[in-house]
Design a binder for this molecule. Structure first.
Ligand SMILES: Nc1ncnc2c1ncn2[C@@H]1O[C@H](COP(=O)(O)OP(=O)(O)O)[C@@H](O)[C@H]1O
Ligand SMILES: [Mg+2]
Length: 374
């Protein structure tokens, strides 16, 4: 949050600062943070948009309606100048090239597309022009724009490359447009970047890692809301919740919630926590783990189960293949699909890790029998 405040403050003052891409496993609080950063930006007078990327939805289709809304907002601001109208014209030519159904996002009949602006069909060029037009419109009215994008791992290398080049242009021209993204660790699109956009990515973006909380922070996260409600929780109970959750926010939330519901009086004790373990485990299995697990094919499940057999950390692809009794090359497609589905990522060459914390424990529960070779 501090980094975001600095970014927002500096860009508004016309100074360069790195865009933020929050990365971390599922359930660590990236989306919560992104919402908070949007709130901070709005408090700072930014015009904001927060979008969530999806598999199979292109960056252009995702952003066009949002930029339209921002441009209309900017157009309504007090002040002279026509750059918001020009931004809409540029957006109209951009939409022409991506062929979004016009009914879906109607720019308005009184605005003519601006030929030659954002309509080359090359996303890298067009997105830069479009961001430029939006940011100029903001600048003209003394405003600033923040674009927040969640689940950014779904973007292709071409799309991420275009975003990076567009932000490069924003920085060069010191335009008031901020980008904050969030996604899984090791964005696949980023790994596929080459040449110029790769080196820009490193210079223009900072990648803060959002992870589990340390024990004092986890304890505070549990204790504070309990004390605000005039009740107490024993240190031993806090320790046990930390041990079970390893400090992952989603799990802390769930254990805290159930411990509170189960305790008959204050303080909440270690015993209360013990009593909630079964129901929390069931709820996590149903609401957090199952939804991901049920989307997998039997072969994908087997692959993950073999990983779980090896433990919780990152595992060597060769060891996973051995555990399955298979040749490593034949596992390539399964591995690629699991990465695409966001179940695993490759923290370094030849290594695989789960994107969901404590997923290994879940797999051993869900698939107690494992017919591996060891
Ligand atoms: N700062 C926070 N305050 C309260 N709950 C939080 C906080 N951060 C995370 N959580 C809990 O963790 C869950 C997962 O957070 P989320 O932002 O959805 O994670 P991610 O986007 O990283 O997958 C939230 O639904 C909430 O229960
Ligand atoms: Mg999220």
């Amino acid at each position: 949050m501090e980094q975001a405040r600095v970014l927002l403050g500096r860009v508004r003052a016309g100074r360069p600062e790195r865009s933020l891409l929050l990365t971390g496993l599922r359930g660590v609080g990236k989306t919560v943070l992104l919402n908070e950063i949007e709130r901070i930006a709005q408090g700072d007078g930014y015009h904001t948009t927060l979008v969530e990327a999806h598999e199979g939805k292109s960056l252009a289709v995702l952003l066009a309606p949002q930029l339209r809304r921002l441009l209309f907002e900017l157009d309504r601001l007090a002040g002279v100048g026509h750059k918001a109208r020009r931004g809409l014209a540029v957006l109209k030519s951009f939409i022409g090239t991506i062929r979004i159904s016009v009914g879906e996002i109607d720019i308005g009949v009184d605005i003519e597309p601006e030929p030659g602006a954002a309509d080359s069909g090359d996303l890298e060029v067009d997105l830069s022009s479009l961001f430029g037009a939006v940011a100029e419109a903001a600048e003209e009215r003394g405003a600033a724009v923040a674009i927040l994008i969640d689940e950014i791992q779904y973007f292709s290398s071409a799309e991420l490359g275009a975003l990076i080049m567009a932000m490069h242009k924003m920085q060069q021209r010191q335009l008031p447009l901020v980008l904050v993204g969030a996604g899984l660790p090791i964005l696949p699109g980023l790994a596929g970047l080459a040449g110029e956009s790769k080196s820009y990515a490193e210079r223009l973006f900072s990648f803060p890692n959002v992870g589990p909380l340390h024990e004092p922070d986890a304890a505070q996260a549990l204790r504070e809301p309990i004390e605000e409600a005039g009740e107490k929780i024993e240190p031993a109970a806090l320790q046990e919740i930390f041990r079970l959750t390893m400090g992952y926010p989603y799990f802390l939330q769930e254990w805290g919630y159930q411990a509170w519901n189960h305790a008959t009086d204050s303080p909440i004790t270690l015993q209360d926590v013990h009593h909630t373990t079964e129901v929390v485990t069931r709820r996590l299995d149903e609401n957090f783990f199952r939804v991901r697990f049920d989307r997998l094919t039997p072969r994908e499940k087997q692959y993950l189960r073999a990983m779980a057999e090896l433990g919780s950390g990152s595992q060597r692809s060769g060891d996973i293949a051995d555990t399955l009794g298979m040749i490593i090359n034949r596992l390539g497609p399964v591995r690629a699909n699991l990465i695409k589905k966001g179940m695993v990522y490759s923290p370094s060459h030849g290594e695989m890790a789960f994107t969901v914390p404590l997923f290994d424990e879940f797999l051993r529960r869900a698939m107690p029998e494992f017919e591996g070779t060891r």
